[in-house]
Design a protein around this ligand. Structure first.
Ligand SMILES: Cc1cc2nc3c(=O)[nH]c(=O)nc-3n(C[C@H](O)[C@H](O)[C@H](O)COP(=O)(O)OP(=O)(O)OC[C@H]3O[C@@H](n4cnc5c(N)ncnc54)[C@H](O)[C@@H]3O)c2cc1C
Length: 391
């Protein structure tokens, strides 16, 4: 569609940009980076880059542990993107010299009680049925891998290919890489897409996408905690731990810095309040699985809004009726793991011959269009105001 110029760095371009990205989260900056490296003139519009869901996210790259019943196509995309992560992380580190906290110890999925284990095993059987690498472990094998696990834990499984990255390092690194390749930030919100002047507009505004496009992207609240291991040391465990504990689902993500992210609630709400009950439930489940957590400092409690969609899958491709507007949104619980594949596919749409990659087919925005091809009218959730509506 578009061809590039040699990449440069410099002030805000006076000429019309080739690509305007609305939203400076992981998705927006990754698209901006990929396009700028191809020599396109790129601007990114965002009043507060990196302040969306990514600021709260745990950063699990978990196509296996997050392969749920009825989401085969999404699982395929998650697996594809996770496979691109090692190269993506290396390229980003090379471009910026930044440690983005990419770690490959794998994920232990555990069940505390017999009932928890029964629930977990049902899902593991489904995941194995898809050919995903899930290795069941007896309690003694679990504790060989992670001695800090509670003796009560009844059993578990290893998802060796489910890795992690630190989103609070990732997004600044993506921004740095994009800016080094010539992308320019315009630190203002976009109120209407028609205000944006560019060859192609990429809408990557997280939960802001509904108001801009009418697409059914809704906020799904998640509360998380950040703990810190005592004495400035690393946490006493290395794997990401995802567990069922007396019916509660909880994950613990250890970072080299000593931080442990504990999450997360899943709530159909759009406020950012943190409530005592949620903190209590998360901490109780976490301590039940890893008792030493009780001695860690509780350093942060916060909530974020996942950009959810009716089918839990992202929305990728041209906005119906507007071929020069590409949507890269609705990544819900998976925006960090899906960053590489989203950036590659959207950049390919912009720079290629216009024919979309087959991977995009299940995720096109027009799956939410009504019979007349209009997006928004038939949405289960859309709230364009008079001011924000397309014109
Ligand atoms: C509790 C929690 C845990 C999570 N854990 C994980 C995980 O472990 N692994 C994983 O893969 N994903 C996880 N996620 C999901 C992940 O954070 C999101 O899917 C991802 O951040 C989406 O990226 P994004 O760039 O589309 O949106 P965001 O990160 O929300 O960024 C959107 C950006 O758009 C900007 N913006 C909004 N409206 C406008 C506008 N009108 N004009 C200009 N700019 C605008 C915002 O300021 C923001 O900077 C988690 C999310 C939450 C809340």
């Amino acid at each position: 569609m578009l061809t590039g110029r040699p990449a440069t760095t410099g002030p805000v371009p006076q000429r019309r940009p080739d690509v305007a990205v609305v939203g400076g989260g992981p998705i927006g900056w990754a698209v901006a980076w990929r396009c700028a490296v191809r020599g396109l003139r790129v601007v990114v519009h965002d009043p507060a880059p990196g302040s969306g869901a990514s600021h709260v996210a745990a950063g699990m790259l978990a196509p296996v542990a997050e392969a749920y019943f009825g989401e085969r196509e999404l699982t395929g995309l998650l697996t594809e993107s996770a496979g691109r992560w090692p190269g993506f992380a290396a390229e980003l580190t090379e471009a910026t010299g930044t440690d983005i906290g990419y770690r490959t110890e794998g994920t232990l999925m555990v069940g505390l009680t017999a009932d928890d284990l029964a629930e977990a095993r049902r899902l593991w059987a489904y995941q194995q049925g898809l050919g995903l690498p899930v290795t069941p472990l007896r309690p003694s094998q679990l504790r060989e891998r992670e001695p800090a696990l509670a003796p009560r834990v009844r059993g578990g499984a290893l998802a060796a290919t489910d890795h992690q990255v630190d989103p609070r390092r990732l997004v600044p690194a993506l921004r740095l890489a994009a800016e080094r390749a010539g992308a320019v930030l315009v630190a203002e919100p976009v109120r209407r897409l028609s205000d944006v002047t560019a060859g192609v507009t990429v809408v990557a505004a997280g939960c802001g996408v509904a108001a801009l496009t009418g697409l059914p992207v809704r906020p799904v609240k998640g509360q998380v905690l950040r703990l810190r291991a005592p004495d400035g040391g690393p946490p006493g465990f290395r794997h990401v731990i995802r567990g069922y504990a007396d019916g509660e689902h909880v994950y613990l993500v250890p970072r080299d810095s000593g931080e442990v992210v504990v999450g997360a609630t899943v709530e159909e709400r759009s406020d950012l309040d943190v409530c005592a009950g949620a903190v209590l439930r998360l901490l109780r489940a976490a301590v039940d699985l890893l008792p030493e957590i009780a001695e860690y400092d509780l350093v942060e409690t916060l909530a974020g809004l996942r950009p959810g969609t009716p089918d839990n899958a992202p929305i990728l491709g041209p906005l119906p009726g507007h071929p020069d507007v590409l949507v890269a949104a609705g990544h819900h619980r998976h925006g960090i793991v899906l960053t590489p594949v989203t950036a590659d596919l959207i950049t390919e749409l912009i720079t290629g011959d216009g024919s979309p990659h087959t991977l995009l087919a299940p995720f096109r925005p027009d799956r939410f269009a009504d019979a007349s091809g209009v997006v928004g009218a038939a949405s289960t959730f859309s709230h364009p105001t008079e001011d924000d509506s397309w014109n």
